[in-house]
Design a protein around this ligand. Structure first.
Ligand code: BGC
Length: 264
């Protein structure tokens, strides 16, 4: 039985968007109240198909959209560089995505426009509007720790897209292969051991960018008290993300509203 999304109307304008977060293990979606940055109905989650080829993922995108309506103002995240809807890198996803026009592929499957952006960029937009970076001036870097490490760089609340700082080289390694949440699980690290790797990564990042604020996102942001206190010798202010795992969906919906026709 489909969820009935609540439509939010403010001063006669509908402010409900729709976000889809495409991850390595799940594809999650929800309608979003863009005044508040909150879901207006319970989110749905469908396991990511394997292999996660463009056609297989597009089918699931169409399924989650149909579940809600189909909704309007659809935004979707992708775990790689996305320029004008086209996928440019595929570090942690099926290589058939390279050079695929994700926006066109999803749009054809859903039957209405879908606006696509990098997953960490979506989280950064959401945190800037509704969360830990709300009202922050200066340079803010959000890093998401999951299967890989994603990054979003904001200057006075405006996004510099596709920064890919998770691939900085640290001790001769691609940082995400050592300091992602997947690396913590793979190497069976306790929180303190993992925090050491994260701190080393953040020190490298701040030596290059000197951010005013670093926000740590991804699923591990819900357990920030376990590892954030162990980040030593990081000079920037470091805080956990406020929207946790919802940030991708909320940021995607926001992006669609900002990119789509009838921008309000
Ligand atoms: C990708 C990024 C993505 C991050 C988190 C990295 O491997 O290169 O584009 O944001 O993973 O999914």
């Amino acid at each position: 039985m489909p969820d009935e999304p609540e439509t939010v109307t403010v001063r006669g304008v509908t402010t409900t968007g729709f976000g889809i977060d495409i991850g390595g293990s799940g594809i999650k979606a929800a309608p979003v109240d863009l005044e508040r940055g909150q879901f207006t109905a319970e989110r749905v989650r469908i396991p990511t198909p394997h292999p996660a080829t463009p056609d297989a993922v597009a089918k699931v995108v169409a399924e989650v959209a149909a579940h809600f309506g189909p909704p309007e103002g659809i935004g979707a995240t992708f775990p790689g560089v996305v320029r004008a809807g086209r996928v440019c890198t595929a570090a942690n996803v099926d290589p058939t995505w390279l050079d695929t026009d994700a926006a066109a592929t999803f749009g054809a499957a859903v039957g209405s426009p879908v606006f696509v952006l990098n997953d960490a960029d979506a989280a950064g937009l959401a945190e800037a509007r509704y969360g830990a970076a709300s009202g922050e001036r200066g340079v803010v870097v959000l890093v998401t720790f999951g299967t890989g490490i994603g990054s979003a760089v904001l200057l006075d609340g405006r996004l510099v897209p596709n920064t890919e700082l998770g691939h900085l080289e640290v001790d001769g390694h691609d940082a995400e292969t050592r300091a992602s949440d997947a690396a913590r699980e793979r190497d069976d690290l306790d929180w303190e051991q993992w925090a050491k790797r994260v701190a080393k990564y953040l020190r490298r990042l701040e030596a290059l960018l000197w951010p005013d604020l670093i926000i740590c996102g991804g699923g591990v942001s819900k357990k920030a008290e376990k590892w954030l206190p162990h980040l030593s010798r990081v000079r920037s202010r470091v805080v956990p993300a406020a929207l946790h795992n919802d940030a991708g969906i909320v940021g995607a919906a926001l992006w669609a509203r900002e990119q789509g026709p009838g921008v309000r």
